[in-house]
Design a protein around this ligand. Structure first.
Ligand code: 9MR
Length: 390
């Protein structure tokens, strides 16, 4: 364990190292990252290079050695690229379809189901002995165009449970886990004391839609791990602190009622420029979740570099260190069973369109670059797995 003084000294060493790439002062002024010297990113990246990327083991091997699963989200676009597919099969033990199990993808009309894309991904996964996750059965986004017209208070419960029954039984026994309910809580957008996100499901069915969804999923696929998946659980900010409290309250309520929820999915869409990270707070939250008897999965890990400096070496260092710092805390918790990144290569990431850089440069949030070469992020994840004491 490093003392605070050692951490600060290492941080200064890291900044001095950056001087070779760009003057640290100019960098801080320009990007208003004055907190950089003491921020959690600084100490670690300086020696990440030494760990190396040219290793025979893949991320899934480092993870497996610590009894963890490593995998990533992918979509048919990425998996039609043979170079990406080869990299995916090398690094990953579990695949999550990025969009192909959402209502928008599988419900062309109120009476139809189209599993063709998801079935193809399952076929790829099974052929290559990968596990597959299901994402997601109930979410207020990615609903089909017909939804608002066709669903009302009278039929909402039947529509939701029939959807879950059909989809979860189609894949029954073949998926590692299901994100049964996604993003039910959004404290900043909620007028309610429980922080529930205003959504069609909440409006039409009330808060019981969450437990109804879990019971329906358990009935349709008794073998899958049933996950409540949510975001904004990572930082020491008013938003994330409130979100953690609301999620914990929800989970406590579900468990006390005997609802079949087995795990919390923490999305972990991190931000490279965010300095408000508090390891103790995150640790305590993970412990509280685990003490309910729940497993924990990191389901959508990535680190946006939108607001970081243009210089690739600096950017990669900050992003990689954000990964490692986060994982070092998360992997201490024995209830954590899996780490999935939301994509594997910078060539295929939602952040290119959702959080593009203002300077137009390509974003670099993931373990592999656009040419499928390992980056410092890969090293950071591999080293976090290797050093995990579990
Ligand atoms: O990466 C996904 C993107 O391609 C979709 O357009 C979007 C809407 O369906 O969803 C993105 O994935 C989200 C995930 O389903 C839930 N958590 C947040 C993810 C990033 O927005």
């Amino acid at each position: 364990m490093l003392t605070r003084r050692q951490v600060l000294r290492l941080g200064r060493g890291f900044l001095a190292g950056l001087g070779a790439i760009a003057p640290a002062c100019a960098f801080r002024q320009q990007h208003k990252l004055a907190a950089f010297e003491s921020l959690y990113h600084a100490p670690l990246a300086s020696n990440l290079q030494a760990f190396g990327m040219d290793r025979p083991d893949a991320l899934k091997d480092y993870a497996a050695a610590r009894n963890l699963l490593y995998g990533a989200a992918a979509n048919p676009h990425g998996l039609s690229d043979p170079v990406f597919t080869a990299a995916f099969l090398r690094e990953c033990a579990i695949l999550v379809p990025e969009n192909e199990l959402k209502w928008q993808s599988i419900r062309p009309s109120p009476t139809q189901f189209d599993f063709s894309q998801a079935d193809r991904l399952l076929e790829v996964a099974q052929r290559h002995h990968l596990l597959m996750r299901g994402h997601t059965l109930v979410w207020d986004q990615a609903l089909p165009d017909w939804f608002d017209e066709a669903v009302d208070r009278q039929n909402a419960e039947q529509v939701m449970t029939a959807h879950i029954a059909a989809v979860a039984s189609h894949f029954a026994g073949q998926l590692h886990s299901w994100d049964v309910v996604n993003e039910a809580i959004a404290v900043p957008y909620s007028q309610r004391s429980d922080g529930l996100h205003p959504s069609p499901w909440l409006e039409l069915l009330g808060e019981s839609y969450i437990e109804t969804a879990f019971y329906a999923a358990a009935e349709a696929d008794p073998q899958a791990m049933l996950v409540y998946n949510d975001r904004w659980l990572d930082y020491d900010t008013p938003r994330d602190n409130a979100q953690r409290e609301a999620v914990l309250n929800l989970l406590e309520k579900l468990i006390s009622k005997g609802v079949p929820v087995h795990a919390l999915g923490i999305q972990a869409h991190l931000m490279g420029h965010e300095t408000r990270f508090n390891a103790d707070r995150l640790r305590t939250f993970l412990r509280d979740v685990a003490s309910l008897g729940l497993k924990i999965l990191i389901t959508e890990l990535d680190v946006t570099d939108r607001d970081l400096p243009a210089d690739v070496a600096i950017r990669d260092s900050i992003v990689a260190t954000a990964y490692e710092t986060y994982l070092n805390v998360v992997l201490e918790e024995p209830a954590v069973v899996a780490v999935l990144t939301w994509g594997l290569s910078d060539r295929y990431t939602w952040l290119s369109s959702y959080e593009p850089r203002p300077d137009g440069l390509s974003v670099r949030p993931l373990p592999l670059d656009e040419a499928m070469n390992r980056k410092l992020v890969w090293t950071a994840i591999a080293r976090a797995f290797e050093q995990a004491n579990r």
